[in-house]
Design a binder for this molecule. Sequence first.
Ligand SMILES: NC(=O)c1ccc[n+]([C@@H]2O[C@H](COP(=O)([O-])OP(=O)(O)OC[C@H]3O[C@@H](n4cnc5c(N)ncnc54)[C@H](O)[C@@H]3O)[C@@H](O)[C@H]2O)c1
Length: 304
Amino acid sequence: MNILVTGGAGFIGSHIVDKYIELGHQVTVVDNLERGRKENLNPKARFIKLDILDSGLENVFAEGAFDIVNHHAAQVSVVYSLDDPMRDAKVNILGALNVLTNCLKFKIKKVIYANSGGAGCGEPRYMPLDEKHPVEPLAPYGASKHTIEHYLHLFRQNNGLRYFALRYMNVYGPRQDPFGEGGVVAIFTNKMLNNETPRINGDGEQTRDFVYVGDVVAANVMALDRGEGEGVLIGSEVETSVNDIYANLRDLTDYQGEVVSGPEIPGEVRKIYATCERAFQVLGWRSQTSLAEGLKKTVGFYKD
Ligand SMILES: NC(=O)c1ccc[n+]([C@@H]2O[C@H](COP(=O)([O-])OP(=O)(O)OC[C@H]3O[C@@H](n4cnc5c(N)ncnc54)[C@H](O)[C@@H]3O)[C@@H](O)[C@H]2O)c1
């Protein structure tokens, strides 16, 4: 298949590109390299450095004759979205709409959309989180990402655009930015390997559902020909505290130094984990990588 991956120079997108190419697909990447890296780009992918807000995106679609569009490009910072909700909405809503209206115009067969599971629901009313949970985001990022599922729904109803949304929990693994805000695994690993003191925000008993990037890639492969017209949660189905992540990484990196505590981050939920029963029903997907295995692979990557 001929596939456009937006954000394909970023953490998750670049792993998806690698797998699609390995499976024999033809891949074009559109990324403005704001956070993505050239080193992440698969040399067999066609790369176009472009902002998804740029009107030139239409030419990319016109020349590309894509079957599938996998939309991963986004403003990904929760804190930034609180500081500048306008810019967050520009990229995550208007940029995504630029992608989707081109999908309609050029009759793309299917859109795969990377949404957030946790940021959309806010502090869960019950756990494990499932797809029926009300949408009550704590930050503009969660609102902007979720908004696109509404557009996808209406473009499907009105124009017959086929789509499937994957609502990720906390994705971790090789290539995650250790200087970003959300990737606690990458941040801690990088600090500990460099003998710098990691900081735990709050008491460290906040929990997340950490899912390995390789498992997320598998969901993106399955979604090429399975799943239609809905969004499913993609997580490990295991609740893990930040303190547990710290303890695991300390052992794996042999870190002997200290840890300091910092203030809680606004806009973040306290405890969350998901059930992925729906992803299993629709895609046949479940996360396969245990936390121990995933952390080991991740530390190995940063050591290299
Ligand atoms: N990492 C997670 O745990 C997680 C969880 C839920 C959802 N997601 C979603 O997955 C997707 C990928 O996230 P990631 O963690 O790989 O982040 P990332 O920052 O590594 O990847 C995003 C990519 O999009 C590109 N980009 C940003 N703005 C752009 C623009 N205006 N035009 C073109 N390219 C642009 C960046 O350069 C980057 O390469 C995002 O849509 C994010 O909302 C990620």
